[in-house]
Design a binder for this molecule. Sequence first.
Ligand SMILES: NC(=O)c1ccc[n+]([C@@H]2O[C@H](COP(=O)([O-])OP(=O)(O)OC[C@H]3O[C@@H](n4cnc5c(N)ncnc54)[C@H](OP(=O)(O)O)[C@@H]3O)[C@@H](O)[C@H]2O)c1
Length: 253
Amino acid sequence: MQPTFLLIGDGRVSTHFGRYFRLLGLRFQSWSRKEDLSTLAKRAEASSHILCLISDPAIEPFLSSNGLLFSNQILVHASGSLVTPLAHGAHPLMTFVDTQPYDMETYTLETYTSIPFVLEKGGPGFENLLPGLPNPHFEIDPRLKPLYHALCVMSGNFTVLLWQKVFSEFENTLGLPREALFPYLQRVTQNLRVDAEQALTGPLARGDHKAIAGHLRALGADPFAEVYRAFVKTVESRPDLSESLSPHTGGPK
Ligand SMILES: NC(=O)c1ccc[n+]([C@@H]2O[C@H](COP(=O)([O-])OP(=O)(O)OC[C@H]3O[C@@H](n4cnc5c(N)ncnc54)[C@H](OP(=O)(O)O)[C@@H]3O)[C@@H](O)[C@H]2O)c1
């Protein structure tokens, strides 16, 4: 039997899932809290799968208080860190932003089908949770979800904060266009994909203490000076890199 999905929420992930499901030709309806509960009850009854795509802290309270509206449907949430007996986790390993209508066209079927889903080991298989989706999928021990999600946040969200800072300083302090950074950004990403272990360059890789001290002086009281110091400390604690930052290191590598 063809599945019918109900997407709960009208935020970023729900909007993208709706677009993806439309491109795949899957049957789905949506509901958000702007509508009444009787509509939710009707749509839930007509669904085989309910995807609770709302903010993490709201997932358990929402499922507990509306549990009576759901009977035999398969309940799924998309949180990367939450583990709950009320729904199965299927985390799309991707960043979804509020998308301008003109940018929506860049989200093609190929874009969406390439997104990996990370499931909880011991739960139902991907084809049971999200039937009809051809995406790659993986399973992890549910106890490792907070660590898994911390790693996703550090890699995807923290780098966004760094790049936002750099774009803003280029434009506002240095009088340089942010576009000047795009080839650099592109190459950093490419190098990480090709050989992550060789991707680090610059004073931390070379053990250039003089340059590092100069950078910290230039950053002064900027809160990002603490971020810089934290990275220096992290590199010092990494056995594969600590040599480069040790005070006894000779010339640049
Ligand atoms: N965005 C991403 O990059 C991303 C990536 C992977 C997974 N996820 C996961 O996807 C899920 C949704 O995230 P999102 O980014 O789409 O969030 P979002 O854009 O902030 O949207 C949150 C949605 O939750 C609804 N909501 C909040 N509190 C609610 C409540 N008490 N009852 C009912 N609805 C409520 C909001 O409704 P109102 O508009 O009425 O407040 C809104 O529709 C989360 O579990 C998140 O961890 C997000």
